[in-house]
Write a protein that binds this ligand. Structure first.
Ligand code: SF4
Length: 292
């Protein structure tokens, strides 16, 4: 593999680098040849069958989007509109680049030994990775046949579109539980919470692993009551839940909202203090969860 093909991201960089957005999520689509000569109808058909997927970008990272060294593919399209979204440039599927299923599988084959040696694999993220179930699940199926670990980073909002066979090829789900009650969830995302709960419970029943992610935004998601409700939802996932990541809100996504001319609701929002984060971590721990 040659250095210029991908960018390498570490958890340290994810947290601390001001250039994170440009270094990773805007990393582009080097190494993929986009389909050419497909008209609109062909593209819709190919999307439905999973022959192509609309991809924003991809990168190789370590311990960010699942265990080990992973290839994370950021799919285009998202039905939610989270106030704290760091990647509004992924919201519209049509803004992504079409990538052939075969090209994606070849890419995984190329890195398969690296993934296996590090306990890593492939992660689909977004945008919302579940917006394109045919493509993502076909790639996951191919990855499983190669013995490569699969991880879906999702809000679970579109979980109902996944069949049991599709769920079967997911090893780990990074499940965003964005709030603990419908009212707050709607305020934060514009969507509804129940599908996330349903999908988490389905994964648990199917024997899959879950890492819950909770973004802590002072005044928006931080109340003790909201955290308590998130904890209660997590309890319903039983042993499937390996840990909870409490992710402090930050402003690294702000330039993208400006660039896209979208009114940014959290323009002056501050991140949580260390004391607030500690309080939330301890609240989750009091339910017996491992929390990072
Ligand atoms: S689900 Fe993710 S990509 Fe979609 S709006 Fe929320 S934070 Fe952004």
């Amino acid at each position: 593999m040659s250095e210029h093909i991908f960018r390498s991201t570490t958890r340290h960089m994810l947290r601390d680098s001001k250039d994170y957005v440009n270094q990773t999520l805007m990393g582009g689509l080097s190494g993929f040849e986009s389909p050419i000569g497909l008209d609109r109808l062909d593209r819709i058909k190919a999307l439905k069958s999973g022959d192509i997927g609309f991809v924003h970008s991809w990168d190789i990272n370590t311990s960010v989007d699942g265990p080990g060294t992973r290839m994370t593919v950021f799919m285009s399209g998202c039905p939610l509109r989270c106030q704290y979204c760091q990647n509004p440039d992924t919201w519209k599927m049509r803004d992504g680049k079409p990538v052939y299923y075969e090209a994606m599988v070849k890419k995984i084959e190329r890195y398969a030994d690296l993934f296996k040696a590090t306990g890593g694999g492939i992660t689909f993220s977004g945008g919302e990775s579940m917006m394109q179930p045919a493509f993502v699940s076909r790639v996951f199926h191919a990855a499983k046949q190669m013995g490569v670990h699969t991880c879906l980073d999702t809000s679970g909002f579109l979980g109902a579109s996944y069949t049991d066979d599709m769920v079967d090829d997911i090893d780990l789900c990074l499940l965003d539980v964005k709030s603990g009650d419908e009212e707050t969830y709607h305020k934060v995302t514009g969507g509804i919470l129940q599908p996330t709960i349903d999908f988490g419970q389905r994964l648990a029943k199917a024997g899959k692993k879950i890492w819950v992610r909770f973004v802590l935004v002072p005044g928006l998601t931080s109340s003790e009551e909201n955290v308590e409700n998130v904890a209660k939802i997590c309890e319903t996932f039983g042993d499937a839940l390996e840990h909870i990541d409490v992710l402090p809100f930050h402003q690294l996504g702000r330039p993208k909202w400006h660039m896209l001319n979208i009114p940014y609701p959290l323009e002056d929002q501050k991140g949580p203090s260390a004391a607030m984060k500690q309080r939330v971590v301890e609240q989750f721990q009091s339910h017996g969860f491992t929390v990072y």
